[in-house]
Write a protein that binds this ligand. Structure first.
Ligand code: ZN
Length: 283
């Protein structure tokens, strides 16, 4: 009987230690912790608060959040979605951001990171690209709520992309700078055309331009242009649909970062395949 139980052990161990399962669990854990950090960015950056001090506290009663109340996802469930001090409901946005960041990390593990084994040969560029893709989650939520993209995020990405281009990797410095100029220039041109066509203020915000510059610096001109193309396409469809439904007044502002973020994910995951398919139509 006991011998029978032990005969299962190597099998169980090999299942738990299977590289695929182990790396999936690592990606989910990394995503949950990163998502928890994103929640701090989403709450504090638009309020121009430091992201380090003071330590996390309940916005209702200012009570400091104890370490066990700060475990991603688990604490929300254990606390029943309420502050243990003032019983005020904790926003569902917190567990949502943590879950979606964990899911996005898992997708990146099997797509972007799978093409090149990151753990065997640490690749700064690849890590930066994955982190930038995840950072689109707080950027989307902040722009959606406040109509801004904090410089702290776009300029950090820009600087990190430029620095990374000097390390051995996919994008050398010249391509990186060219990509940044292509991203920012294209968006500036679209904004300028929009201004001419609709005869109203700046159609493109400075934050959108810096975001496209950062995408160009990190990925090069091709992905930057594809991002703007897919982003504008999704934005036009969504804007047109809301206009038709009468939910949107022509003078209303539409945050553009959520569409650029979606455009970037589509460009990185499917851009090459789509361009190849498109070219095949003419050959
Ligand atoms: Zn409280």
């Amino acid at each position: 009987m006991i011998k029978g139980i032990f005969s299962f052990l190597p099998h169980t161990a090999s299942f738990i230690l299977h590289p695929c399962l182990l790396s999936s669990l690592t990606a989910i854990l990394f995503g949950l912790i990163t998502g928890s950090f994103f929640n701090v960015l989403i709450y504090r950056l638009p309020r121009r608060e430091s992201i380090i001090r003071p330590a996390s506290h309940c916005p209702g009663c200012n009570r400091p959040i104890r370490p066990w109340e700060n475990i991603p996802l688990a604490s929300y469930v254990l606390l029943g979605g309420k502050c243990s001090g003032c019983r005020q409901p904790i926003s569902l946005l917190y567990p949502f951001v943590e879950t979606i960041t964990a899911a996005a990390s898992l997708i990146l593990l099997f797509t972007v990171a799978a093409s090149r084994p990151m753990l065997i040969a640490p690749n700064v560029h690849l890590f930066l690209q994955c982190f930038a893709l995840l950072l689109m989650i707080p950027i989307t939520i902040i722009d959606f709520r406040h109509y801004i993209i904090p410089d702290a995020l776009t300029l950090t990405l820009l600087a990190a992309g430029l620095l990374a281009s000097f390390l051995p990797g996919d994008i050398p410095p010249f391509e990186s700078i060219l990509g940044g100029l292509a991203g920012a220039g294209t968006l500036l041109a679209i904004g300028w055309l929009g201004k001419l066509a609709f005869r109203k203020g700046d159609a493109m915000g400075g934050g959108d331009i810096k975001l496209c510059a950062a995408v160009g610096v990190i990925w090069g001109a091709k992905i930057a242009l594809l991002t703007i193309f897919f982003g504008s396409l999704c934005g036009a469809v969504a804007g047109g649909a809301t206009l038709l439904l009468g939910k949107l007044h022509q003078s209303h502002r539409i945050p553009f970062a959520p569409f650029l973020a979606l455009g970037l994910w589509v460009a990185v995951l499917f851009g090459d395949a789509m361009v190849r398919g498109y070219l095949r139509l003419f050959m």
